[in-house]
Design a protein around this ligand. Structure first.
Ligand code: RP5
Length: 191
């Protein structure tokens, strides 16, 4: 139940776990129907060596991890509050939040509740772009273009790279590979 999930988040927040064992990135989305769009964030983080952590008390054998939850701003507002309020104590460094439609409030609300933890908003449908990026002065959110959840994963890693050289190096390698891909395509045009 929602009450069970909230209790779980609160007890994890109270556990004072070693930050090296807690999820670094939290991926949340308003509905499981958002999952196909949000897969890009999982893909980007996996590509950079992050593993999915499904059990807070039993971290996978990887230094950098992410977790994911379905949290609806409208169906489960109390869960959204609990997730945002416990984020720092649970060791999260950055949150990627996706929602769609005209009621895409999850990224924005979470940005305010979890502040100052950065939230990267992913509009799940084009029509929700204004909703996700339209935050009032003083309540910031970083957002990617509609559906670009892969870039949200890379941006989350960039936040962590400020503190972790390993991630910075993986991002540089990823970027070098991108350059190589463009160069290969360009060279092939002249063959
Ligand atoms: C939003 O409403 C969700 O993030 C989703 O994009 C949309 C529709 O959700 P479902 O009706 O498919 O559950 O809040």
């Amino acid at each position: 139940t929602v009450a069970d999930l909230i209790e779980r988040l609160e007890s994890e927040a109270a556990a004072d776990a070693d930050p090296a064992t807690t999820p670094d990135v939290g991926i949340i989305m308003g509905s499981d129907s958002d999952l196909p769009t949000m897969e890009g964030a999982y893909d980007a983080l996996r590509e950079l060596g992050f593993a999915e952590q499904t059990d807070f008390a039993d971290p996978p054998d990887a230094r950098f991890t992410f977790e994911s939850y379905v949290v609806s701003a409208h169906r489960t507002p109390e869960l959204m509050y609990a997730y945002g309020e416990t984020a720092a104590a649970r060791g999260l460094d950055v949150i990627i939040a996706g929602a769609g439609g005209k009621s895409a409030d999850l990224p924005n609300m979470t940005a305010s509740i979890a502040y100052p933890i950065p939230v990267i908003g992913v509009p799940v449908q084009e029509k929700s772009v204004d909703s996700v990026i339209g935050m009032p002065t003083g309540a910031p959110i970083v957002a990617v273009d509609a559906g670009k959840s892969f870039n949200a994963g890379l941006s989350a890693a960039q936040v962590l790279a400020r503190e972790h050289d390993t991630i910075a190096e993986r991002l540089v390698s990823y970027h070098e590979a991108l350059k190589g891909g463009v160069a290969d395509v360009s060279a092939a045009l002249h063959d």
